[in-house]
Design a protein around this ligand. Structure first.
Ligand SMILES: Cc1cc2nc3c(=O)[nH]c(=O)nc-3n(C[C@H](O)[C@H](O)[C@H](O)COP(=O)(O)O)c2cc1C
Length: 361
């Protein structure tokens, strides 16, 4: 391998390990801004005429039947530590019948020797598995090269992550973000699996969602603000200049619940993630139009605290909360839940007004 290529691979691996380290130990979540799920209420049903055993929370998503509408979203790979996390969280996903996302496979392109650290299909033989690449890297690769990343890990779909805020704060990050829609259009046309446009904690607006749909994207992970802040993570890693900029933009982004409300009814299948920390929030997200929900940080931290069993328990807690909310709204199925009336507070309505012209004064 050429020395420069090896060096880039080493930089990427060091960065992935530092992300894992910071996310385990530091305060990396939004502080002032929330997901705004507290601004969404479901209507209580005093006589639901249901038993917990009647509930059906299974869902068909991206060609796979999930036992619960949930995905552990992409985090890592490329290092021995990243492999252990991938292997064990993929095992949790298989055990719970939920989906699992790999972290960015950029390092695998740069250094093919790291491919094994993404090879989790044997630990999750039946459940939904998502490949992952950044929009910047995808735009520099041919569709055949991207297809190779998907085929190598036997994934069911590809997440193309969008992270302009993180890149701008990262000292060595990208500074140009042209060609995004053209790249996604090309991938949607050329790849054998569906493409998911995935934010990484700053949310997706209606305008962007409609343009994505226009170029052929059918699946979006909103990954909104209120959970892990990648600006904050990069601020912790950065130099003096990036720290100043990072402090300024640490609360940037569209809250997850607001992003979902904005994208409702625009013809996209939505994954709700970014700050999802309870089953009640999952229920609210599904009632706001998401097909499934996802989270990264809480599963990673549970795993670090107590391994596969603790992460499995965390998933069980989320599912129990979802089932409780379903019973209390009289929803037997996820389709019933998606039709429940919602009370929306003023703060969500303010976000909704922006794109319907109401925010222009
Ligand atoms: C340790 C860690 C590493 C991550 N790496 C990636 C990545 O490689 N690719 C990606 O699309 N998202 C990555 N994410 C973002 C998550 O998938 C998710 O979109 C974001 O953290 C918001 O969800 P959360 O609040 O539940 O953590 C990472 C998250 C964590 C916690």
């Amino acid at each position: 391998m050429p020395a420069s290529r090896d060096k880039v691979g080493a930089v990427l691996r060091a960065r992935k390990n530092s992300h894992l380290e910071l996310c385990q130990h530091e305060d990396v979540e939004y502080r002032g801004k929330t997901t705004l799920f507290e601004d969404v209420e479901l209507l209580h049903n005093a006589l639901p005429e249901l038993a917990l055993d009647d509930l059906d929370i299974s869902v068909e998503f991206l060609g796979k039947r999930l036992r619960a509408p949930f995905v552990i979203t992409g985090m890592t790979g490329g290092t021995a530590e990243g492999f252990a996390v991938n292997r064990d969280l993929a095992t949790v996903a298989e055990r719970c019948g939920i989906g699992f996302g790999l972290g960015s496979q950029r390092v695998m392109q740069r250094d093919p020797a790291t491919a094994d650290t993404f090879a989790v299909r044997e630990f999750a033989p039946t459940t939904l598995l998502l490949a992952n690449i950044g929009i910047g890297q995808a735009s520099e690769q041919s569709s055949a090269e991207v297809q190779q990343l998907i085929t190598a890990v036997r994934a069911d779909a590809l997440c193309v992550h969008l992270n302009p805020a993180q890149e701008l704060i990262q000292p060595e990050g990208d500074r140009g973000f042209r060609d995004g829609y053209r790249t996604l259009a090309r991938l949607c046309a050329d790849l054998t699996v569906p493409v998911i446009a995935k934010e990484t904690g700053c949310g997706i607006s209606r305008t962007v969602g409609e343009r994505l749909r226009g170029v052929g994207v059918r699946h979006v992970d909103v990954s909104g603000a209120g959970g892990t802040s990648w600006v904050r993570v990069e601020t912790l890693r950065g130099n003096a200049r990036s720290r100043q900029l990072g402090e300024e933009f640490a609360e940037w982004g569209i809250p997850t619940a607001a992003s979902l409300a904005m994208l409702r009814g625009c013809g996209l299948e939505l994954i709700a993630s970014g700050g999802i920390r309870s089953g009640l929030e999952i229920a609210k997200a599904l009632a706001l139009g998401a097909r499934v929900c996802g989270a990264a940080l809480p599963l990673y931290r549970a795993y670090r605290d107590g391994g596969i069993d603790a992460a499995t328990l965390r998933v069980d807690e989320l599912i129990n909360g979802l089932k409780t909310a379903m019973l209390l709204t009289g929803s037997r199925t996820l389709a019933d839940l998606s039709c429940q009336p919602l009370v929306l507070g003023e703060r969500i309505k303010a976000w909704l007004a922006v794109e319907s012209g109401g925010g222009k004064g």
